[in-house]
Design a protein around this ligand. Structure first.
Ligand code: ADE
Ligand code: ZN
Ligand code: ZN
Length: 250
């Protein structure tokens, strides 16, 4: 029998489903009454975790190809986004701004408000995946091959899904574990602007590039080093998503 192995060379550029759902689930616990009511109406009662993966699900449909550049932003390491040359296709930051504008605008159609709200819920998650605030040369680490527990992977994929999945917890379990900050700590995390938040991710990204060799065999030791960074980013993503939505529906 002839067995055809068709390799998949595409760039799987999404913060895995688990990461987005953790962010959505944490955010849900920190919404104002007003935001909760607005979201319940626009999302037809679905949870933030449920809709958080929508923007990845439409990716395979060519009708939505203009949104593929919205999931990340690349600019030179050591630079701030504000000082960088912007992509003509848009990027994660311009996308978040556009979504906010459309959802806020009372003249937008309901269909548009729903669509861009779901995009926004997803993109605040992406903003906290360090390899989505990255550099262009290697497509945010997609071109840096590494091994993950003996299997082929790449640096981007390690951060999208390998690290989080190796923890073996569901998104609700992870969200509960990570949502332990005091009121004061939560307030601190929610400070700043999306420019500050992308800067944090971009700085982490530089450190992540520095700490790995092409072809390196990654496993438990990598988790010891980075699980806490991953967990902090998920927690921040959740609390900041709540902040963005509370402001949007204030
Ligand atoms: N494609 C190009 N750069 C990328 C990045 N930083 N993240 C995901 N996909 C990309
Ligand atoms: Zn990704
Ligand atoms: Zn994405």
């Amino acid at each position: 029998m002839l067995i055809l192995i068709i390799p998949f060379f595409g760039v799987a550029n999404f913060w895995g489903k688990t990461g987005h759902r953790v962010t959505g689930h944490i955010a849900e616990k920190h919404l104002t009454g007003k935001a909760k009511r607005a979201l319940k109406d626009l999302l037809d009662g679905h949870s933030l975790a449920f809709v958080s993966t929508f923007a990845d699900e439409i990716k395979a449909d060519r009708a939505y190809s203009k949104f593929s550049a919205w999931h990340y932003v690349n600019y030179p390491l050591g630079m701030r986004y504000e000082d960088s040359k912007k992509s003509k296709y848009g990027d994660l930051i311009t996308a978040i701004e556009e979504c906010t504008r459309i959802v806020k605008n009372k003249n937008s159609s309901r269909e548009d408000r729903v669509f861009y709200l779901k995009m926004l819920i997803h993109l605040i998650g992406d903003l906290h995946q360090p390899m989505h605030a990255s550099r262009a040369e290697d497509k945010g680490g997609n071109d840096i091959q590494v091994q993950w527990f003996g299997e082929g992977s790449n640096l981007h994929r390690v951060w999208d899904k390998n690290l989080i999945l190796s923890y073996g917890m569901t998104y609700t379990e992870l969200a509960t574990e990570l949502d332990q900050a005091s009121r004061k700590e939560r307030k601190k995390i929610q400070e700043g602007t999306i420019y500050d938040w992308v800067h944090e991710s971009h700085e982490l990204c530089a450190e992540i590039y520095d700490s790995v060799e092409v072809g390196e065999k990654l496993g438990y030791k990598y988790g010891y080093k980075y699980n806490n960074v991953l967990f902090n980013q998920l927690q921040k993503g959740g609390l900041r998503l709540a902040k963005v939505l509370n402001d949007l529906f204030a």
